[in-house]
Design a protein around this ligand. Structure first.
Ligand SMILES: Cc1cc2nc3c(=O)[nH]c(=O)nc-3n(C[C@H](O)[C@H](O)[C@H](O)COP(=O)(O)OP(=O)(O)OC[C@H]3O[C@@H](n4cnc5c(N)ncnc54)[C@H](O)[C@@H]3O)c2cc1C
Length: 278
């Protein structure tokens, strides 16, 4: 959330709000969440229907979000709402999660963790100065935020996956060098790409659709690694309540969160390779 939401707050929040809030997240004193997806709007995010209507100098929000990571532990939410039709009718707010009218219901993942939640908004009053950007800026905010979700936050994920590769090598009694080599290559490729992205960002570069390449490489490497564990450690995924099993199951989410693998490939085809819509 730090890598994903802090750049958004700095770019879009009123400066006083960013100055007050960002240190709370950076310092670990608060957790925040990202309320984008809805039951009927995931890949087609622009179809979202959670609505915000103006009232008494502020806004009143009604609707539902889903798959909201860490919502049950969060003090604030970067929330996308609809204020008018179309892409230009999406407006973002920074909402206090203890506002009256918000109900959070944790959802258990198949790897047994309450990672995300359904979040219901029933006539939730949001002050006018909690808007991020201007009315209708929400789509632009989302397009600026998603490249971070698809790249910069992977640096430490890749470091974590390297520790799992080391563990796999240590636990394998009958090493298959070719399979381990492929798993290593996938991780190394993702790390090289991630390094390039971090460097570009550090030099003041702007992140955009090219981060879909980072996302595809990370998801492919993560799933290959745990597929290799399944093949080299017989039964450890299917038959045992092991850490390998939990991580194997979580790795399946890598081609879904932050935009699915199909959506990333569409972006690469259309926006990077200019292959047209078909
Ligand atoms: C672990 C995890 C954490 C998440 N955390 C958050 C969060 O914090 N906040 C948040 O807002 N959301 C979160 N999400 C939700 C995530 O962003 C959505 O699941 C994702 O965008 C896909 O949307 P969907 O689930 O509605 O699937 P759908 O959009 O219904 O897609 C279903 C299938 O159809 C395919 N598909 C859809 N459209 C196309 C197309 N145009 N071309 C080709 N194939 C297509 C998809 O690739 C997919 O295989 C999280 C998801 C996961 C798994």
């Amino acid at each position: 959330m730090v890598e994903v939401l802090v750049p958004t707050m700095i770019s879009y929040a009123p400066p006083e709000l960013a100055a007050e809030m960002v240190p709370l997240l950076l310092g670990g004193r608060e957790q925040w969440c990202q309320g984008f997806s809805e039951p009927g709007s995931g890949s087609d995010l622009a179809s979202l229907t959670t609505r915000a209507v103006p009232r008494d100098g502020g806004w009143v929000v009604t609707g539902q979000k889903v798959w909201t990571s860490l919502a049950q532990y969060s003090q604030r939410c970067v929330l996308l709402t609809r204020t008018a039709p179309g892409h230009g009718g999406i407006t973002a707010f920074f909402v206090d999660m203890d506002s009256p009218g918000i109900t959070v219901r944790p959802l258990r993942t198949m790897h047994g963790v309450d990672e995300f939640a359904e979040v219901f908004f029933d006539e939730v009053a949001v002050p006018g100065d909690r808007m991020l950007g201007r009315p209708g800026d929400g789509w632009r905010l989302a397009m600026d935020l998603l490249p971070y979700e698809r790249s910069t936050c992977f640096w430490h994920r890749i470091a974590h996956l390297y520790t799992r590769l080391d563990r796999l090598v240590a636990e394998t009694e009958d090493p298959d060098d070719a399979a381990l080599g492929e798993a290593y290559l996938g991780l190394h490729t993702a790390r090289c790409r991630s390094h390039l992205t971090q460097r570009r960002l550090g030099e003041g570069g702007r992140l955009g659709p090219e981060t879909s390449v980072d996302k595809v490489l990370l998801a492919t490497a993560e799933q290959r690694l745990f597929d290799t564990a399944r093949d080299l450690l017989p039964g450890v995924i299917e038959l045992a309540e092991s850490p390998w099993r939990a991580e194997f199951l979580y790795s399946r989410a890598a081609t879904i969160y932050g935009g699915t693998a199909e959506i990333q490939r569409n972006i690469i085809a259309r926006r990077l390779l200019d292959l047209g819509r078909d």
